[in-house]
Design a protein around this ligand. Structure first.
Ligand code: AHM
Ligand code: MG
Length: 334
């Protein structure tokens, strides 16, 4: 029995990746293996997150437990899990991560590079609220056999060959794109498999949800304040988990906009271009949405530094367009 994509019902992630690989005649299978390695690390991390309260991995780095052992913060544990899976998998020449200052060099003979936020939503880790992993995959520019370079890392989001996220929520999901639609897979823990559950995800063109930290309202630019007020006038729903992956995923399914704009204190916002925004912008565009820093598409920004931050507005295209119109009017003095 097959579904309307011609795929067997109950398609596992492995089968889906394999089928997709066959659609690209020149693919050599390395990207497929790399996606499997990320999924594997996600399964391991999912197990640890589920046990976090019991396993003594909640808390600040530097604390010791009653046995005098160092407690590891879950986001550091996550970084270790993904790095180990990608090192063992052998398909990645280097990783850049929100958790490390510098490039972590892996297999110099591999052609792919990964940028990752291993566990996003720090403030929610210790309180049992949804958190996520965000990743981008790039093809290196430097020759095979050498160490990855800064230029390999500082590519624009348009150069991503794949991107995705894991959401550790009421169920665990993997959502990814290789630049040809967005598909979502739900984890079935007793079988240890991700199954295709959300085919060809498309964001509604318009929505009635706005996600922004209103605690910083007084620090936002006037046009952002005006937009927030107009959402309230229209009785839109305010939904803000404070976990980017969770907020993004909800808006992707239901239609909405997520905003982390510049503030007086942080003119570049908070979110990181390489580890958070590029991947979600790629997914948003593939799903029919938009992502901008208020001036240009996120994917067109040429990064200058690894840990660069950017204002981030992402979601349903009509909602993003509306904010952009307001911003343009102010810039042009109308
Ligand atoms: P993190 O990478 O330190 O976890 O920070 C990113 C998180 C996002 O998941 C979330 O949307 C945002 O920070 C929340 O920030 P704030 O508490 O300033 O609203
Ligand atoms: Mg983060």
């Amino acid at each position: 029995m097959t579904n309307n994509l011609g795929l067997p019902v109950g398609t596992t992630l492995d089968r889906f990746i394999k089928r997709n690989q066959e659609d690209f005649p020149y693919a050599s299978g390395e990207l497929s293996q790399l996606l499997r390695d990320i999924a594997l690390a996600g399964k391991i991390l999912n197990k640890e997150i589920n046990h976090a309260g019991l396993d003594n991995i909640i808390g600040d780095m530097g604390e010791t437990n009653v046995q005098g052992e160092n407690q590891q913060k879950l986001d550091v544990v996550a970084d270790i899990r993904f790095t180990r899976a990608l090192r063992n998998g052998g398909e990645v020449c280097a990783i850049v991560s929100e958790e490390n200052e510098e490039i972590v060099h892996l297999n110099p003979n591999s052609k792919y590079l990964v940028a990752i936020d291993p566990l996003d939503g720090s403030s929610n880790i210790d309180v049992n609220v949804s958190i996520g992993t965000i990743f981008s995959i790039y093809r290196r520019k430097s020759p095979l056999g050498s160490a990855a370079t800064v230029e390999d890392v500082l590519q624009s989001g348009r150069d991503q060959v794949a991107a995705g996220y894991l959401l550790y929520g009421s169920s665990t999901m993997l959502v990814y794109t290789t630049g040809n639609k967005v598909n979502g897979f739900t984890y079935e823990p007793s079988l240890g498999e991700f199954f295709l559950s959300h085919r060809n995800m498309c964001i509604p063109k318009d929505g009635e949800i706005f996600s922004i930290n209103e605690g910083y309202y007084n620090d936002y630019e006037e046009e952002i304040k005006a937009y927030v007020l107009s959402c309230k006038e229209r009785h839109y729903s305010a939904r803000y988990i404070g976990s980017l992956v969770g907020d993004f995923h909800r808006n992707l399914l239901k239609g909405g906009i997520y905003l982390y704009p510049s503030t007086k204190k942080n003119p570049s916002g908070k979110l990181r271009l390489l580890y958070e925004c590029n991947a979600l912008a790629f997914i948003a565009e593939q799903a029919g949405g938009k992502a901008t820093n208020g001036k240009q598409a996120i994917l067109d920004i040429l990064p200058e530094t690894f840990h660069q931050r950017t204002p981030f507005l992402v979601g349903s295209p009509m909602m993003v367009d509306e904010v952009m119109e307001n911003l343009k009017k102010v810039t042009s003095g109308k």
